[in-house]
Design a protein around this ligand. Structure first.
Ligand code: KG4
Ligand code: ZN
Length: 355
């Protein structure tokens, strides 16, 4: 089955064609990073307008890269939520128009479900490193979706069957990376820049808190860590002072990263133990993080760890097409009156996202 999927929930206009929930035939992404860079974060109105300009060429480009025409596509999918409402509307309405014009089934998808599915796409083996048969070997697991908009820890029982164990109470982890980077003048998005600088720094140079790590639940909080970082910056003489000193900057980045990594791995381990599972998937933009990847393997040697390829960590439409394959397989279909939803419930599951 060939699915053309559209993703436009935040600042990436993306379209992809995926065969049978796994084989990525094309994966086009128009990033808006340069448009938002000067503001240090995504400006919703600018994002919606850019999606409008990009959606038609990006979708056409995805078909062209796959060497397919619209007549050969079996179904269309689009992210319905959660996300920025004006941005979601562009992708969803485009997919609805295609569905109506061509008589194709339409799958309305939940963005986090796409992230949690991302380790299963575009590789020769399955997410666990084992050879694949026609259908992905989707074992129950703990899945983390860590991005600029979300920090969720989820018991993933099936590709469309979720129990949320914990979420962030305030900032998402990627958002905290972006904000501390902005504070010390490192640019946007901050995650990759802080990650690279952290490789050079001493994580023990500064003692930053590990918020909620010792609590029995699975919720995250990154706002207090961000504030502690800001206080440390003040103590050191302010952002300008730090910007001029590469060693200090790297040490601060390393200390911040160590705190994030400790909290993420600590909560993941607790969830694995509680559910008696040995499989863990880390997804979303922050899953690119080099420090996190290294420490996961060091600290959880007995756990099967699934990580998406870097191009499927940040927002993309291939992950949406991959998850949509399972929905279309259940013959759930979205009505053309389905509207975008800024906060679409992950636990509602495939059919719950359609009405
Ligand atoms: O998944 P994504 O593209 O968008 C959302 O759905 O939010 O994630 C983008 C986020 C940004 O906050 C970015 O700073 C962060 O992921 N990010 C990273 C890294 N690469 C991207 N954070 C930490 N380390 C990285 N290497
Ligand atoms: Zn995302």
């Amino acid at each position: 089955m060939l699915i053309l999927a559209i993703e436009s929930s935040c600042d990436e206009t993306a379209a992809a064609v995926v065969r049978d929930g796994r084989q990525v035939l094309s994966n086009r992404i128009a990033s808006q990073i340069p448009l938002h860079q000067r503001y240090g974060g995504v400006v919703p109105e600018i994002a919606s307008r850019a999606h409008l300009e990009q959606i038609v060429p990006i979708a056409a480009g995805a078909l062209e890269d796959a060497g397919l025409s619209l007549e050969e596509i079996d179904a269309v999918a689009a992210t319905r939520g959660p996300g920025l409402i004006g941005c979601l509307l562009v992708g969803l309405e485009y997919a609805k128009a295609l569905s109506a014009a061509r008589g194709l089934p339409l799958a309305a998808m939940q963005h986090i479900a796409g992230h949690l599915y991302s380790p299963w796409i575009g590789r020769e083996t399955d997410a666990w490193g084992e050879p694949v048969s026609a259908t992905p070997n989707f074992e129950p697991m703990i899945g983390l979706a860590l991005s600029g908009g979300h920090s969720s820890i989820v018991h993933v029982k099936g590709p469309l069957d979720f129990e949320i164990l914990g979420e962030t109470l305030d900032d998402a982890v990627g958002e905290a990376y972006d904000k501390i980077a902005k504070l010390i003048g490192l640019g946007y998005p901050g995650g990759p820049i802080v990650d690279n600088l952290a490789q050079e720094g001493d994580p023990k140079a500064f003692d930053l808190p590990r918020p909620l790590l010792n609590r029995p639940d699975f919720d995250f909080s990154f706002s207090g860590l961000k504030t502690a970082f800001a206080r440390q910056v003040e103590k050191l003489g302010g952002a300008d002072q730090i910007a001029a000193d590469r060693v200090l900057t790297s040490d601060l980045c390393a200390a911040f990263q160590a705190a994030c990594v400790d909290v993420i791995i600590g909560k993941a381990e607790k969830a694995l133990n509680e559910k008696g599972l040995k499989r863990l998937a880390i997804t979303g933009g922050v899953a690119c993080n080099k420090g996190l990847r290294t420490e996961l393997h060091n600290r959880l040697p007995d756990v099967h760890i699934a990580l998406p390829a870097p191009e499927f960590c940040t927002d993309n439409a291939a992950m949406i097409a991959g998850a949509a394959y399972h929905l279309i397989g259940q013959s759930a279909q979205s009505s053309l009156s389905a509207n975008a939803v800024a906060s679409l419930d992950l636990e509602a599951g495939g059919s719950g996202w359609q009405a």
